[in-house]
Structures are given as structure tokens and as C-alpha cells.
Design a protein around this ligand. Structure first.
Ligand SMILES: [Zn+2]
Ligand SMILES: [Zn+2]
Length: 252
């Protein structure tokens, strides 16, 4: 098992020291992980301590450590995204859509974007960005593909055609989908992506990673008691892995 999307520095909550990384690895070991990937948000790139990462990787033999980064996909910001994506010797790069029209959709303290758009319009714009992120060719992994459901502001209209179009783009792009259990800790109370969306991805042979999006050591592999049976039930039998931006796999 792997946890390939998590934050040690988180939102500048703690420095990336060997001890802090080891605290995450302790939980990873307890919960039976084979690999753990640290993927800080791009805005905390300067807090990524490569020397501490490498020391922790050598120190911890039983859980293999990987280095990634989570890039906030913003159309028009290509130069900065490319700078971040090549700044460190990553094993993989996650591209995540957090914004519509430049505004964040997952900030509980500022829901103004939900006042500016009709829900269906918001979903259309969100998934347009998801398709762009996937097809941009910049990322190995597409982060939490249906984050827009976070506050349960669902459109009345059926969004199946939007999801089908997006699943087609994801399959065409060759990107790996992040099955991210953080949604279980949010108002929506379900894994990203939904079972409905995940089934569309599986039908198109889109590979997956598993993640918790942990922002604290005790959140490593959190929610796996729900997400692992879900992906298994949908038909997945393996997860993608990465080393030096080369894809491999592990059985589920
Ligand atoms: Zn994210
Ligand atoms: Zn994240």
C-alpha cells in the first residue's frame, strides 16, 4: 500500500526536519504502507528541505520515501508551474485544480466563488480546468479530481456528461488519478473521486494512486478503511508508483 499525497510542512505548520518526516513514517509503518510520498503545496516549495528528506529516506528502510510536489493548476501560470515542476529531483508531480476563475473553491473561510456562479456553471468551469490540467502534460498525477463537491453545493442538473467528457480527457492524457481520502474529513464525507466517477475512470483503464492528503502525522493513510475497499470493489487490483518520474506499480 502507498500514500502518495501528503503534506509534512502542510500550511507552514512545521518545518521539514528529519524528526517531523519520521513522525509521518511512524504512522505509515503502523498502517502497513510500503511507500510514502511527500507532496508539499507549491507555495511552500522553499520549505522543502531536500537534505532532511534524503536523510530520512536513508534512515527509514522499511517504508520507501518518495518526493513529489502538489502544483496548483492555474491556466496562464505556465512559466511558474514549470519552474516549480523542475526545481527539485521529484519522483512525480501532482497537478491539482483548486480554483475557478482564479478563486479557490475549497476554502471554508471564503465561499464567495459559490455566490458568483450557478452550481452547474461552476462545475462546468471546474471540470474544464481539470481537463486542461490533465491534457497539459505537466503532471504525472491528477490531484483529488472532483474537489468541487467539497461543500456539497451540487447542481440540480445531472453532471454525468461533464464527468464522462472529463474521464475521456484523463484517459487520453495518460495521467494517473489520485484516489484521495481527504474528502471523508470534509463536509462532502466521501472519497475524491466519487464511486460514479471512479467507475468511469476504471472503465477507461486510468491508473490510480491512493492518498490521505494528510496535513498531520496521525492522518497518514487516514480513511483507507473506506477508500481501499472502494477501489477494490470498482475493480482496481494495483496502484501506480513513481521513482524519478518513471511509473511502476504495486498490487493492492
Ligand atoms: Zn489539493
Ligand atoms: Zn494536498
Amino acid at each position: 500500500m502507498i500514500d502518495y499525497h501528503l503534506h509534512v510542512v502542510a500550511h507552514a505548520d512545521r518545518p521539514m526536519t528529519v524528526d517531523n518526516i519520521m513522525a509521518y513514517l511512524d504512522t505509515a509503518r503502523e498502517r502497513g504502507l510500503r511507500q510514502m510520498g511527500i507532496t508539499e503545496h507549491d507555495r511552500y516549495l522553499d520549505d522543502v528541505d531536500l537534505a532532511a528528506f534524503q536523510e530520512a529516506r536513508e534512515k527509514c528502510q522499511d517504508v520507501e520515501l518518495r518526493l513529489g510536489i502538489e502544483i496548483d493548476f492555474i491556466p496562464g501560470n505556465e512559466e511558474e508551474m514549470d519552474r516549480v515542476a523542475t526545481a527539485l529531483p521529484y519522483d512525480y508531480v501532482i497537478g491539482s485544480v483548486h480554483r475557478v476563475g482564479g478563486e479557490e473553491v475549497d476554502r471554508a473561510t471564503d465561499l464567495s466563488v459559490y455566490e458568483k456562479y450557478e452550481p452547474y456553471e461552476l462545475y462546468e468551469a471546474y471540470y474544464e480546468n481539470v481537463r486542461k490540467a490533465a491534457l497539459s502534460g505537466r503532471f504525472e498525477v491528477l490531484g483529488h479530481p472532483d474537489l468541487i463537491k467539497i461543500f456539497k453545493r451540487y447542481p440540480d442538473k445531472d453532471i454525468t456528461p461533464i464527468l464522462e467528457e472529463t474521464a475521456d480527457a484523463i484517459a487520453e492524457s495518460g495521467i494517473v488519478a489520485d484516489v484521495n481520502a481527504a474528502g471523508l474529513r470534509k463536509p462532502v464525507g466521501e472519497v475524491y473521486p466519487s464511486r460514479h466517477f471512479l467507475e468511469m475512470l476504471h472503465r477507461r483503464d486510468v491508473p490510480i494512486i491512493l492518498s490521505s492528503d494528510a496535513h498531520a502525522p496521525n492522518e497518514v493513510a487516514a480513511g483507507y478503511n473506506t477508500s481501499v475497499p472502494l477501489v477494490h470493489d470498482v475493480g482496481y487490483r494495483e496502484v501506480a508508483t513513481f521513482e524519478n518520474r518513471e511509473r511502476g506499480s504495486l498490487p493492492l
